[in-house]
Write a protein of this length. Structure first.
Length: 219
């Protein structure tokens, strides 16, 4: 995972892409799954060949134009070139990390948020290691946020993420709070499994959701 420096400004072109993906959710949601797949296949060369069917997918190509227009990737009609690891990571779901981070940082003074950490690795008493997407302190309470751009097609895949949240949530203290931010809707079984903490796919209104989440007393 690429760790974001808490004092670093998110590039303007990244901010614009995040804004478009969030506010055109219905338009890009399905195509983004394909795009994430291509980015996940390019760790060494940063290049990926596009299938003919995807080249004829109008919505998918609209997404491609969004990223090429912001100079995040290059596309020559057959190949994606992500250029470097930072761009590849951003295209493979890292954009949601940057969006969550930006929203949290904008609330820092209002909610008295301290020490926002991205990609923090912790070791549990049992010896297992887990990486937290986002962790921070506010009003002497430990908060953690996981964010996912992948779609959970099965019961096990979604529950693995929820189990991780459930385990780490109780690591800090009984006053810890956890939030799962998903770009896609979770299955009914996943939603039932998440009864002990908050989850949301209303990322268009994420800032207000965070405010409400942090203000609610723990059950």
């Amino acid at each position: 995972m690429n760790e974001i420096n808490p004092h670093e400004q998110i590039p303007k072109n990244h901010q614009k892409v995040c804004h478009e993906l969030i506010h055109q959710l219905d338009k890009y949601q399905k195509s983004l799954r394909k795009f994430n797949y291509y980015a996940s296949q390019t760790e060494k060369s940063f290049q990926s060949k596009i299938t003919p069917s995807d080249r004829h997918d109008k919505r998918f190509m609209a997404l491609v134009r969004l990223f090429t227009g912001m100079d995040i990737i290059r596309y020559d009609g057959k190949l994606f070139n992500f250029k470097n690891e930072q761009n590849r990571f951003f295209c493979n779901g890292g954009w949601l990390e940057e969006y969550v981070f930006t929203e949290l940082r904008s609330l820092k003074k209002q909610l008295m948020i301290q020490d926002i950490v991205m990609g923090l690795e912790i070791e549990l008493p049992c010896g297992s290691k887990n990486e937290l997407d986002v962790a921070f302190m506010a009003n002497n309470r430990f908060y953690l946020i996981e964010y996912k751009t992948k779609r959970y097609n099965g019961h096990t895949a979604g529950n693995n993420t929820l189990y991780k949240l459930d385990t780490i949530k109780h690591y800090g203290s009984t006053q810890s709070k956890a939030l799962l931010v998903s770009y896609h809707k979770l299955t009914p079984s996943n939603r039932h499994r998440a009864s002990d903490y908050q989850l949301t796919n209303q990322i268009k209104h994420l800032k207000q959701h965070i405010i409400d989440w942090m203000s609610e007393p723990e059950n």
